[in-house]
Structure formats: structure tokens, C-alpha cells
Ligand binder design. Structure first.
Ligand SMILES: *Cc1c(COP(=O)(O)O)cnc(C)c1O
Length: 240
């Protein structure tokens, strides 16, 4: 089912309001939080409606799905975030067409992106993705307990030192859907601690951005420090 433009607008404004309230509850400045509207699986009419309502950041999981949408929406002042796992043979598409890449999860992919970006003389803001729940089905460096955090440090060191066209800004996590809010909050706290650990390990890089929280739990994520939330269904409805 595709929602009509008025409903999408109302949903978008309601989510903005919830972001505002969560920021205020935790003494944060709401203008420092980016709302990425996740448009995967949604038709361009729905995306146009949310952009006309004021959305500035759009998130897609598959480059080949995003490209035709970008074509239709050319001329609108929006930034496209690639938020899904990227196969390295598609690195070139992300290097060329996206404004942010939130799901960098291997050194090999970083090097592919670096080559493509260097050819285009372009720098791309990226987030490193971590698997904080340790689920087999999720991508990202495994990071479910602090005891294993030292394992990925050499790879990240290499990314920072050999990929000057990757503008590392922070991390992204997609915790398991938790049954109760306390459990969900623990994953967000864990993600923030991981970000702080990286900032300490690599003080010359920038770790300001913490992308976490979806339709199910973005207010909690903001209370625990999210600077980017990725919200799809709460605004655009169930994916058709
Ligand atoms: C689909 C997706 C989201 C949005 O999920 P909703 O339930 O629609 O809010 C956020 N992040 C990632 C990585 C996704 O794949």
C-alpha cells in the first residue's frame, strides 16, 4: 500500500516532532540530529511527497534501485545516503552518485571505494558499520562485546591511513529488534561506547556521527546519542 501525500506529510512532521522531544528530554540540540528518510521499496511518488514536506536526507539500500529515483528527483535539494551492505563490484556507483555511505564494513570495500573516488577526484563522507548484536545475518565488523573490539583496530587503522578520499565521520549500527525498550537502550549505549572507544584509539580521525535508530526505536536512540536516525515505515508506511 502506498500512502497519499497528505498522510506522508503528517507522518514526516510527527517524526520530526518526536525527534525534537527526544532531543529536549536529553538536553540535546535537535538541529544536530539528521533524519534520513529510508525510501527503499517505495515508489517515487511517495518519495516526492516526503521531499515536498521538507525531507533533506534520503536513504536507500541498493544502488541500482536508487539510481532511477535520483534521476526523477534531480533538482530537489536532497542528499542520498547509501545505508545497505554494498557488494564491492558496485562500489563505483556509490562513489559516483551518493552523498554519504553509512555501511562501510571491510578494508577490501574501502580500497575499492578509494580507487573509484580518487579517479573522480571526489571525497565521500562514510560511516563504519558495526554488528553490535553479533547476529550472523547482519553485516559490519563484529562488536558484540568490548573484549573483541581490539580485533578490528588494525583494519580500521589501514582504512584511515590509506584511503584519503574516504571522509570517516563516525559509525553506524543496526541492533537486533529488541522485545523490550530496556534491551533496545542497552544496544544503543553499547554503540555509543564503541564510538567513544574508536575516538580514543584514533584521535586524529572524526567520530562525531552515530547513526542508529529506526522506526521502532529512534526516540530511544536519540536519548542515547544518535546524531543520525534512519526512519522508513513510520513515515512512508509499510513497504509495498
Ligand atoms: C530499512 C532500513 C531502515 C529503516 O527501517 P524502518 O523500519 O523502515 O524504519 C534503517 N536502516 C537500515 C540499514 C535499513 O535497511
Amino acid at each position: 500500500m502506498v500512502l497519499d501525500a497528505l498522510t506522508i506529510r503528517q507522518n514526516y512532521l510527527r517524526v520530526l516532532e518526536q525527534i525534537h522531544q527526544a532531543a529536549q528530554r536529553s538536553g540535546r540540540d535537535p538541529s544536530q540530529i539528521r533524519l534520513v528518510v529510508v525510501t527503499k521499496g517505495q515508489p517515487v511518488e511517495a518519495i516526492q511527497a516526503v521531499v515536498q514536506a521538507g525531507a533533506k536526507f534520503l536513504g536507500e539500500n541498493y544502488p541500482e534501485e536508487a539510481l532511477p529515483k535520483m534521476e526523477v528527483l534531480r533538482g530537489y535539494p536532497v542528499e542520498w545516503h547509501m545505508i545497505g551492505h554494498l557488494q564491492s563490484r558496485k562500489a563505483r556507483l556509490v562513489a559516483q552518485f551518493f552523498d554519504w555511505f553509512e555501511a562501510l564494513d571491510s578494508l577490501r570495500l574501502a580500497q575499492k571505494l578509494e580507487r573509484a573516488l580518487a579517479e573522480q577526484e571526489r571525497r565521500l563522507p562514510v560511516l563504519l558499520e558495526f554488528n553490535v548484536g553479533g547476529e550472523e545475518s547482519k553485516s559490519g565488523w563484529r562488536a558484540e562485546t568490548p573484549e573483541i573490539w581490539s580485533a578490528f583496530l588494525p583494519e580500521i587503522e589501514l582504512i584511515l591511513s590509506t584511503c584519503p578520499h574516504l571522509d570517516v565521520r563516525g559509525i553506524m549500527t543496526m541492533p537486533p529488534l529488541a522485545a523490550d525498550p530496556h534491551q533496545a537502550r542497552q544496544y544503543f549505549v553499547h554503540s555509543r561506547h564503541l564510538r567513544d572507544f574508536l575516538a580514543q584509539a584514533f584521535p586524529n580521525a572524526s567520530w562525531d556521527e552515530l547513526s542508529m535508530g529506526t522506526s521502532a526505536d529512534f526516540p530511544l536512540a536519540i536519548e542515547e546519542g544518535a546524531t543520525i536516525v534512519r526512519v522508513g515505515q513510520a513515515i512512508l508506511g509499510p513497504r509495498p
